[in-house]
Design a protein around this ligand. Sequence first.
Ligand code: NAP
Length: 551
Amino acid sequence: MSEGAGRKAVEVPVHDALIVGAGFAGLYQLHALRDRLGLSAHVLEAADGVGGTWWWNRYPGARCDSESHAYAFYFSEELLQSWEWSERYPEQPEILRYLNHVADRLDLRRDITFNARVTSARWDAEDNLWHVTTADGQRWAATWLITAVGCLSSANIPDIPGRDDFAGRWVHTGHWPHEGVDFAGLRVGMIGTGSTGIQAAPVIAGSAAHLTVFQRTANYSIPARNTPLTSAFKRWAKENAAEIREAMHATGNGHPWPVSDRSALEVDDAEREAIFRAAWEKGGLRLRATFRDILTDRRANDTAAEFIRARIREVVKDPTTAAMLTDIDHPFATKRPPIDTGYFETFNRDNVTLVDVRADPIERITPTGIRLKSGAEHALDIIVFATGFDAMTGALLRMGITGRDGLTLSDAWAAGPRTQLGLQVAGFPNMFTVTGPGSPSVLTNMPVAIEQHVEWITDCIAAMRARGVATIEPTEEACDRWVAHVNDVANATLMPQAGHSWYLGANVPGKPRVFMPYAGGMPAYRRVCDEVAAAGYEGFVTTGARTRVTA
Ligand code: NAP
């Protein structure tokens, strides 16, 4: 590849666009820029295959909590019609097969470099290019830099004293060994009871000699009620794709079912109980949608929380264990609500122990296991860290991004992420963040949020090219306004009340506590994005004439 006329010599491949990450977001972004706009676009991916989060998270029980017919691309009729999901919730290997199918159908692999972890990305104002370096020392350059690195991709491995002295093995669920882990005959310790730990525990308990679950914060969970899909359902989903898409676009969370417009407080106890029970029996995330005020009114939320606690007490036989599991310190769904297959039932097994590490914190990892502050020792052969992620900003900050005038992203975000619409950052021209902090992202069914972002970014780049613009970035004022709005919207919900939530960055020591996702819902967010574009990219500044790059 060669540089464009009038550019200073650069001995690196120069593309119109570099995209970082080959998960849902990166794959669609590549297709949109290359096949719709005709740009030279290239993806850099750290893993040796496509899939993003689904390439890395291979832990036992890994399964999506969006229903499979909604956890898919809807931009392409061909993709919709050429794929068939087998179960109500897709399992990790099936999602990985789906994303490989997408890559093959759209012929994407030829423009992806695998095993290419970005270690630095630097904006050069002289040639209006992003200069990118990967871990192997290779260099790249492009006019547009689009991060598609996922919101939950940077593992949070707590720095517990003694970890490196452990004589056994330890693994993090987000970096699960591809060959799998054989737990047979082993004493397993699992730290963490978020969505991941709740999915993994029943499966690990099924093969381990013993499983000890170290719980710091008790969690709500709702039965998934996963089941194979019938051929009638598969046919219905294909024939009604347009309606399903419309339903997903109409709801705040991007799932294909409406949120009730009734208050949990306007019905009597018996009716409320019947509504909760129906949602419990149906399974999955729908329970959150049974009433409109579950996330906004503490009294309404308490009714749902109490309903779930009562179900846990029904399942768990040992009263002490049931008390630990129901001692939940936050309102329902203010942390991402897990769904499970037999999680609470797992604690009725003889080979499973629950340990409350809020009451008696982990003091250190010893060569033979985990020691608590009280001095109690738990002998272990293997430790599973189901401890989550440095969410939403971690992967971006690890990329070594430097914008205009030497401004690093770490400095720009020292007090927490600041973006315009979660799409761009002041001081970082021509850089877009797919599902970045400040966008609905993790509060939605992700493919819906990803499609909207990719399409907005693609339209923006097309508009800039048509106008002959060299650079676009948001103003500081627009970012300030958006961050304030994101905070206001979050504060109108109960979500900031969950103290340890990764939504707030509170799970990572030293991380600024800022509510990161936009809680106003997809339809409102989509409207704002559309209005900004229609107003000529209000809140953004553009500069100069663009020198065309040819690949
Ligand atoms: P998570 O929700 O952040 O949960 C991490 C768990 O580890 C929490 O229980 C946390 O306790 C605990 N923990 C962290 N550091 C600890 C320490 N030093 N000592 C003791 N306990 C510690 O992470 P996750 O379960 O991996 O889930 C992250 C997100 O990924 C989910 O919320 C969801 O969005 C997504 N996910 C989705 C699915 C799905 O689609 N079904 C499955 C898995 C994950 P505290 O709560 O006290 O901090």
